[in-house]
Design a protein around this ligand. Structure first.
Ligand code: AMP
Length: 212
């Protein structure tokens, strides 16, 4: 199954995508993770993307579409995939539909209060991308990832100045995709307004929507 996950920054998409990709044994393709990896390796795309990401803006469509198109050609996508953070603009969605058919789109929703709390408290492992939160998902040793021993840090774009910009960008550029995919009849809305400890409720609803 070819799946797209939509939802505001901070709604928990990355966490749900990891769990769902394990359940359905299809790869999670996160453009944000791909850009962070490129930045870490100081590639040409990474250096270009960093200018936009740190300020909370979107990386230009042509760059983003190019990396997704390449990724979808890989063998592990043959039986399906889960796109996390792509598309984020109508132009990206149009380009995606020219590349491949999408079966289902899950739109995760949560209140603004929950979203801001998740974003500002989020911490992430620099090496493996595992997500933590300062209050409710705390690594056993401060600043050290439980899974790989990597450094746990706050993303530059999770700092307050960038968070506001990202939420504005989401409203203007990404929210129109809800109507876009609703019109195609493939969008399902999933309530993600649960405390983070109750992530299993969100996953259960997502599975129902995918298997209906
Ligand atoms: P994320 O980890 O999904 O929150 O993405 C982090 C940042 O990467 C975003 O704020 C954007 O700057 C950039 N990015 C990720 N996905 C896209 C996309 N589909 N289009 C443009 N920029 C993106």
């Amino acid at each position: 199954m070819n799946i797209v996950l939509l939802g505001s920054p901070g709604v928990g998409k990355g966490t749900y995508a990891k769990k769902l990709s394990e359940i359905y044994k299809i790869p999670q393709i996160s453009t944000g993770d791909m850009f962070r990896e490129a930045i870490k390796n100081k590639t040409k795309i990474g250096l270009k993307a960093k200018e936009y990401i740190d300020k909370g803006g979107l990386v230009p469509d042509n760059v983003t579409i190019g990396i997704v198109e390449e990724r979808l050609k890989k063998d592990d996508c043959k039986n399906g995939f889960m796109l996390d953070g792509f598309p984020r603009t109508i132009a990206q969605a149009d380009a995606l539909s020219d590349i491949i058919n999408i079966d289902k789109v899950l739109d995760f929703t949560a209140s603004e209060e929950i979203i801001i709390d998740r974003l500002s408290g989020r911490r992430i492992c620099k090496s493996c991308g595992t997500i933590y939160h300062i209050r409710n998902i705390i690594p056993k040793v401060k600043g050290v990832c439980d899974k790989c021993g990597g450094k746990v840090y706050q993303r530059e774009d999770d700092k307050p100045e960038s968070v506001k910009k990202r939420l504005d960008v989401y409203k203007k550029q990404t929210e129109p995709l809800i109507e876009y995919y609703t019109k195609k009849g493939i969008l399902r809305s999933i309530n993600a307004d649960w405390p983070i400890e109750q992530v299993d409720n969100v996953i259960a609803d997502a599975r129902k929507a995918l298997e209906e």
